[in-house]
Write a protein that binds this ligand. Sequence first.
Ligand SMILES: Nc1nc2c(ncn2[C@@H]2O[C@H](COP(=O)(O)OP(=O)(O)OP(=O)(O)O)[C@@H](O)[C@H]2O)c(=O)[nH]1
Ligand SMILES: [Mg+2]
Ligand SMILES: [Zn+2]
Length: 301
Amino acid sequence: MTGTVVKGIGGFYFVYDGNSVVMGKARGNLKRNKELIYVGDIVDFDIDENDRDGECVIHRIVKRKNYLTRPPVSNLDILVVVFSLVQPAVNYPVVDKLIAGCELAKIDPVICISKTDLADPDAVSQAISIYSKLYPSVCVNGMTGDGISGLRDLISGKNVALAGPSGVGKSTITNLLHAGEPGIAEEEEALLKAATGRISSRTGRGRHTTRHVEIFPMSDGTMLYDTPGFTSLDMPMIEPVAVRDLFPEFREPGSGCRYSDCMHINEPDCAVKEALEQGKISISRYESYKSMTEEVKKWQR
Ligand SMILES: Nc1nc2c(ncn2[C@@H]2O[C@H](COP(=O)(O)OP(=O)(O)OP(=O)(O)O)[C@@H](O)[C@H]2O)c(=O)[nH]1
Ligand SMILES: [Mg+2]
Ligand SMILES: [Zn+2]
């Protein structure tokens, strides 16, 4: 049988076959090959009739379309990059790294500015203007639901994950998008209860803090992934020139640089720096680019 891994906790996986959820483990062959199962993986599994817990055994991971390691998810069409301007304050380098990770993995980013009720409206418009010329961008108020239907239109029918710093409202948005859908959470709860004692419970983090990636399947075919937040992100092991190519706004002006291999940092007659001076490229994006190229230089040592 084939299904999608919608959650993984302490060596147990929840597999959704389009109707119901079964709990299972990885077969020895996967463990021996150190093949890690990601939430979002499509897997082949067997139900072991002799297993009194009715658990399944996952024996193959279908080749992934793509994956990210942070958050650890696979087979995405879209990543919604969620950030607020206040509570918590925006960290543009982190936002831009997450977007660059999408470009690298060939996942379409959607930009979502959350908690718009708490921010100065001018600051929101300014933040949106940085991204709206590059990617589909929306504002969402998790308290009123404003902006949710616009977001729903962008992601309908797709495999889509919400990712971003802790506390920006990812789970709140997930709940709003998923409202009115029949849940599989209860089914999972019962399965977990049956396995009590074998799964260590972790404590010490906030009550509503998301600890595990979880997929919420929706009736229109959308697979909605809620993911744990983070405060920082490391760059992958890529060359500085590869970083340059993750910034789509450099492509067009970059063709006018004197050197065809221009990195747009110290070179003379650089059309990208010209575009930056004319305000056609945003300063915060450019600053993120420079710090990301610096960061990947550590891999070359
Ligand atoms: N004022 C305001 N508060 C919000 C909004 N959205 C969410 N919150 C609150 O912000 C807090 C964090 O929201 P969550 O949805 O748990 O944030 P998260 O991104 O899932 O956080 P992690 O799971 O830790 O990554 C909660 O107390 C929410 O009620 C919003 O639009 N406006
Ligand atoms: Mg959460
Ligand atoms: Zn240049």
